[in-house]
Design a binder for this molecule. Structure first.
Ligand code: FAD
Length: 403
């Protein structure tokens, strides 16, 4: 049986290991990660863990006993090179791991803010448990919190700290929140939600410098204004960790390029999760997604192939984000929709936006409407669509599917 070495012990790497064992893989399974401790989930870092509602031990995807029981070897170390001819991975501490099959699950890292002062004390990102712990320590003493970037992570962080009673300003360079991922109706709803809780949201805000000697004291915008700040959180997107793959001569194009089976151009090397760009049936072209669903489903698809039950990857993309008491759930891909129909009651905080492209339903964004979300996933999984004319005020998505 092939020995599988997995580089990156995040959501996707963990799932490859767990699914291999679940599907009866008998060879060695080695999971190499450069973060301390057992693999953990990231979503609570900007939500319940940050606010203190979720204790640290509940972050773990599984306890150590799980790895012992299933013979999954956890190796703490950083992979620094791949020798594809000899099928070996080199670690920074000069150990070498031999593989029959290599899985790259290296995820992403935060994009750095390219302005003077970005390295001052009090300027932090949020990707790892270490980042979240550093933020938790700072939050207690902070008076003026500035969040750079009105995407999911920046907004979840802003919501968590606003709930703790802190003064927060969110700076967004574009003209609406979560622009890359949601329709204007959802952006507008979340703007209102944050502003109602006292958060200031500035659009078209371009940061040119961070001020301070050692500690950050202010954020300077392109119009010359300076906002006071003693804690700055930078959430301006991520870059995929592709260097290992590129150095080993594998194709990279804003992600490690894989086929519908998660294989790179080397049949002995696969890539999964945030770091992988794959041919998406739903996008109709290459896609790299940053979500738990994508990491888990890629991993399951790969484990099936490695255990002899290959199926092309076809999972429906879905995502969630919790901010205040609003649970946003997205099914499908709506980035280039040309028509959006709001169904439900935004005023009451419960509605869905049905997004169409050329008359075909491509995405459903639901705010506190989980039944719509689940129905949308079911519809997309079955390859179905919906005629926009059925979206009358009394429309019930679940009943519609059952009919
Ligand atoms: P990662 O989880 O990033 O894991 C990659 C791992 O590989 C990391 O531990 C990294 O340190 C390690 N690594 C990289 N290079 C090497 C190397 N050379 N050697 C050894 N190890 C290496 N998604 C949702 O769907 N819903 C949410 O609500 C949500 N909230 C989020 C909140 C936060 C704060 C963050 C940061 C992410 C959130 N996500 C959410 C995204 C989700 O967590 C990611 O999509 C998911 O973790 C991707 O899994 P991955 O295994 O591909 O990458």
């Amino acid at each position: 049986m092939t020995d599988v070495v997995i580089v990156g012990a995040g959501q996707a790497g963990f799932q490859v290991a767990a699914s291999l064992r679940e599907k009866g893989h008998q060879g060695r399974v080695v999971l190499v990660g450069d973060e301390p401790g057992v693999p953990y989930q990231r979503p609570p870092l900007s939500k319940a863990y940050l606010s203190g509602a979720l204790p640290g031990e509940r972050l773990a995807l599984r306890p150590q006993a799980f790895y012992d029981k299933h013979g999954i070897e956890l190796v703490c170390g950083r992979a620094v090179g791949i020798d594809r001819d000899r099928r070996r991975v080199a670690l920074a501490d000069e150990r070498e791991l031999e593989y029959g099959h290599l899985v790259l699950a290296t995820g992403t890292r935060n994009r750095e803010l390219p302005v003077p002062g970005a390295k001052l004390d009090g300027v932090l990102g949020l990707r790892t448990r270490t980042d979240a712990d550093a933020l938790r320590e700072r939050i207690g003493g902070a008076r003026n919190v500035v969040v750079i970037g009105g995407g999911f992570i920046g907004l979840e962080f802003a919501a968590s700290v606003a709930e703790l009673g802190l003064s927060v300003t969110v700076l967004e360079a574009s003209d609406r929140l979560m622009r890359r991922a949601v329709s204007p109706a959802v952006s507008a709803h979340y703007r209102e939600l944050h502003e109602r809780r006292g958060t200031r949201v500035l659009f078209g805000a371009s940061v040119v410098a961070l001020h301070g000697d050692h500690e950050v004291t202010g954020v300077e915008l392109a119009d010359g204004s300076v906002l006071p700040a003693d804690l700055v959180v930078v959430g301006i997107g991520v870059v995929p960790n592709t260097e290992l793959a590129a150095d080993a001569g594998l194709a990279v194009d804003d992600g490690i390029v894989v086929d519908e089976q998660m294989s790179t151009s080397d049949p002995c090397v696969s890539a999964v999760g945030d770091c992988a760009v794959y041919p998406s049936r739903h996008a109709g072209g290459p896609l790299r997604l940053e979500s738990v669903q994508n990491a888990v489903d890629h991993a399951r698809c790969l484990a099936a192939r490695l255990t002899g039950a290959a199926e092309p990857y076809a999972s429906v993309p879905w995502f969630w984000s919790n901010q205040f008491d609003a649970r946003l759930q997205i099914a499908g891909l709506g980035t280039d929709h040309d028509e959006a129909v709001v169904h439900g009651d935004p005023e009451a905080g419960s509605f869905s936006v049905f997004c169409f492209r050329a008359g075909r339903l491509v995405c459903v964004e639901s705010v506190n409407r989980t039944p719509d979300h689940m129905a949308a996933r079911k519809l997309f999984t079955a390859g179905g669509s919906l005629n926009r004319d059925v979206l009358t005020p009394g429309f019930d998505f679940r009943q519609h599917l059952a009919a």
